[in-house]
Design a protein around this ligand. Sequence first.
Ligand code: TMP
Length: 256
Amino acid sequence: MSRRRRVYEGKAKILYEGPEPGTLIQHFKDDATAFNKKKHDIVEGKGVLNNRISEYIFIKLGEIGIPTHFVKALNMREQLIREAEIIPLEIVVRNVVAGSLAERLGMEEGTQLPRSIVEFYYKADELDDPLVAEEHITAFGWATPQELDEVMALALRINDFMCGLFLGIGIRLVDFKIEFGRLIENEMIRIVLADEISPDSCRLWDIETNKKLDKDLFRRDLGNLVEAYQEVARRLGILVDPRPGDAKGPVLVQSN
Ligand code: TMP
């Protein structure tokens, strides 16, 4: 497909060398995986939707002062990002009991939490990304105590903003996973939001019906993933339906 140098290939994305030093091109694939790749499928159109949804959310977060790796949209599947050193943690923020929290503590899915909970998982596929405590993170040097404070504060700000964003379009933000990286800026290390935020990495339930609009549809074989992601994009105002008589299907609207 291209002569660009591939820097890294993950389950749902590929990173290519960018046009300038310190930049990368983040390419969204159509691969859907779950349970550390034990379940795998190609879901045509998913990459395009996730690229656009993630780009939209990163731009909005940038507008409220959250530092991110996002530079600009490139095309339907790719965005230009700043190369960051990824902190090897998956940060999960939860507002409602679901998924592994429901399983681990024997709680009912859908129970509103008394306050938002932030959890850390160590990024290690061979260990299935185990849940870890702050003590492990600082003792093993995955992040410093100062970095963890910063990560936690940013995660809660991102949660507040995204809860409001989704509430405004009739969606309950149940939980989500984010990742952060380190960037050198003016000889200082800066923590930035990295990776993606999309229906692959969030649980999104319709406020009225509790219908799932996220990757649990794939994980649990509950229905059509692309239709649900299109619904999220449509409500965010970034997927425009054709007018009656138009030959084309729904069209994603680029921001620039
Ligand atoms: P969990 O309930 O399975 O721990 O998932 C919590 C949130 O994190 C949920 O929104 C899905 C997201 N997530 C990922 O993005 N990647 C993963 O590998 C896992 C396990 C969860």
